[in-house]
Design a protein around this ligand. Structure first.
Ligand SMILES: [Zn+2]
Length: 108
């Protein structure tokens, strides 16, 4: 792997720096990097689409870091849960409501 690529990865890893800022910081000219260099780069590090932080490539879950991926899953679960609740509530509203219509005194 080219030294420039290593420098860039070291600079970015665990940060939310932009490529431009990081490359300027370590004195790497992005235009000088080849397709192979970028392949090496992508093999080591990726930028989470959600939080914008850089993580090791093996932590990449469909473009998201582990944390964001889990958040996403949880949100999906919550969404479907909310929809279930809504469905149940609207079903309940359709049912005639036999409770709470009569006050205690009416029964006496
Ligand atoms: Zn993330």
């Amino acid at each position: 792997m080219k030294e420039d690529v290593k420098l860039l990865i070291e600079e970015l890893m665990g940060t939310c720096e932009s490529l431009d800022v990081a490359s300027a910081a370590v004195g790497v000219v992005l235009m000088d990097l080849t397709m192979d260099d970028w392949a090496d780069f992508d093999g080591e590090i990726f930028n989470c689409e959600s939080c914008g932080w850089w993580f090791e490539s093996h932590e990449n879950n469909e473009g998201l870091c582990q944390g964001c991926y889990e958040d996403e899953l949880e949100e999906e679960l919550e969404d479907s849960y909310d929809k279930e609740i809504d469905k149940m509530e609207s079903n309940l509203k359709k049912e005639p409501d036999f409770t709470n219509h009569r006050s205690e005194s009416e029964w006496n």
